[in-house]
Structure formats: structure tokens, C-alpha cells
Design a protein around this ligand. Structure first.
Ligand SMILES: [Zn+2]
Length: 76
């Protein structure tokens, strides 16, 4: 969690950044149309979260996420 900076996904300045569930980007949070809300509304959000939690449970804190190749987000 960061306090102020640029979202690594959409490039907007944001008051709040948080780690993506799908990859290692720091993305914007705190508003209806923020990137984290868009992740939460995805059908595979549950799968991404469970994969992340399973990796952490095994001690793998560097888990890159189910979409480590985040370039597909950029052209969404
Ligand atoms: Zn964003």
C-alpha cells in the first residue's frame, strides 16, 4: 500500500494505490472506476485471489499473479 502516486495500469495519479490481485502492479483504488474495482468485478477475480492466497500459504510471497504478463490490461 502506497499513499500517493501514479497507477501502473491506467497511469492516473491516485490518492491510493494497492497491489493488483492479478499481477505485481500497483494500481489505483478508492473510487468506483478505479483499477482495483475493475479487478473485483471480473469473473475470474475469485480465482486470482485464491491463487494468491494459496501461494502465500506456501510461503511464496513473490507470487507474480495469474496474469503476470499485464500487457493485456493496457489495451483493454
Ligand atoms: Zn488505475
Amino acid at each position: 500500500m502506497n499513499t500517493m502516486g501514479r497507477c501502473e495500469r491506467c497511469g492516473k495519479q491516485s490518492q491510493m494505490l494497492t497491489g493488483s490481485w492479478f499481477n505485481t502492479q500497483l494500481i489505483c483504488a478508492g473510487s468506483e472506476d478505479s483499477c482495483i474495482e475493475r479487478e473485483r468485478s471480473r469473473l475470474d477475480f475469485k480465482r486470482a485471489r485464491e491463487a494468491e492466497e494459496a501461494a502465500c500459504a506456501q510461503g511464496n510471497y513473490n507470487y507474480p499473479g495469474i496474469e503476470a504478463d499485464y500487457r493485456r490490461w493496457v489495451n483493454e
